[in-house]
Design a protein around this ligand. Structure first.
Ligand code: FAD
Length: 289
């Protein structure tokens, strides 16, 4: 089913993001995680596309198996990294042949930690070009695109970044999923400004429960998200107590979700890191509320 069709019902849509594991043991772990989370009846799960397009076949294989063998709707991430248009077209054809209806169209990050993203000759420089390509080729996928409540790291002019976001919507993106953020006020301001610019698409907030401070510091330094001082202090106060860090992270994410949903968010996209415990704890509390 197309996610955009689920969103028109107005009921919040819950989704879980996974990445393709590198080893058979990791894959077995992922399927245990999915098994543990399926009782929460997610509207869909998404599978990332590895840096440099490295997981292309794995991503296609996983979304196919999760959709058809387990029976959960899926969304395949797809990036432009290192691929010419024909190669991207080939992935899109594989996805269509596998019965996949939802694609998250991304530019991706520059390989080898390069600061600047440069498209390969015959490839795409921006995600908006990928969205245009998908539409021009007549694919009927529901297309999602990425949005950045705190601005994308490469474009600190937030107005300009929003115009680039609008270009993805104008090119044919049906919905937007945000980068992780920890302060709902950033999301509120972002949505307000997006609406003022004429972006009407549903915007699903992306939430990552913090379970490890060093790990989240690493992520946020790469993606430009800010950990509010008050939250960082509470995490630091936990010291080496991993359980305590997890409890603070889960509590914070739960409060974020509760607040977002109470104010009409289209849903919540959980960055699970292939782990089920934190996401499950949050969803169960949300369902009880
Ligand atoms: P774009 O929308 O193309 O934007 C990239 C930059 O270019 C921005 O700074 C933008 O402002 C600027 N820009 C856009 N258009 C123009 C223009 N016309 N002129 C000048 N500047 C322009 N990465 C992966 O590798 N695999 C994944 O599976 C993956 N999943 C993700 C899922 C979500 C929900 C999110 C939020 C991100 C994900 N990413 C993933 C990370 C993403 O690839 C990076 O954030 C990447 O740096 C930007 O991708 P984009 O699609 O937002 O790019």
């Amino acid at each position: 089913m197309r996610i955009a069709d689920l969103l028109v019902t107005g009921r919040p849509v819950f989704s879980f993001e996974f990445f393709p594991p590198k080893t058979p043991a990791g894959e077995a772990g992922l399927f245990r995680t999915i098994d543990h989370l399926r009782e929460l009846e997610p509207a869909f799960v998404s599978v990332t596309y590895g840096a440099g397009g490295s997981t292309r076949d794995k991503t296609v294989d996983l979304v196919r198996r999760i959709k058809h063998d387990i029976g959960i709707e899926t969304m395949a991430h797809l990036t432009c990294v290192g691929a010419v248009a024909d190669e991207i077209d080939s992935v899109l054809r594989q996805l269509r042949a596998a019965g996949i209806e939802n694609v998250l169209a991304l530019r991706g990050d520059a390989p080898n930690n390069d600061v600047q993203f440069t498209a390969v000759p015959g490839g795409f420089q921006y995600a908006s070009q990928l969205v245009t390509f998908i539409r021009q080729r007549g694919y009927e996928f529901c297309v999602a695109a990425a949005a950045y409540p705190e601005g994308h790291v490469e474009c600190r002019d937030r107005d300009l970044d929003l115009q680039h976001l609008k270009a993805k919507v104008d090119a044919g993106a049906d919905l937007l999923i945000t980068q992780l953020f920890f302060d709902n006020r950033d999301f509120d301001v972002f949505v307000e400004r997006a609406r003022l610019l004429g972006i009407r698409s549903p915007i699903i907030p992306g939430i990552m429960p913090i379970t490890n401070l060093a790990q989240i510091e690493r992520f946020t330094s790469m993606c430009g998200a800010r950990i509010p001082d008050e939250l960082r202090q509470r995490l630091l106060a936990c010291g080496d107590d991993e359980q305590a860090v997890r409890a603070v992270g889960v509590e914070h994410a739960f409060e974020q979700c509760r607040d977002l949903l109470a104010r009409g968010a289209a849903g919540i996209h959980f960055y699970t890191l292939n782990q089920s415990l934190a996401t499950r704890a949050i969803c169960e509390r949300l369902q009880r509320n």
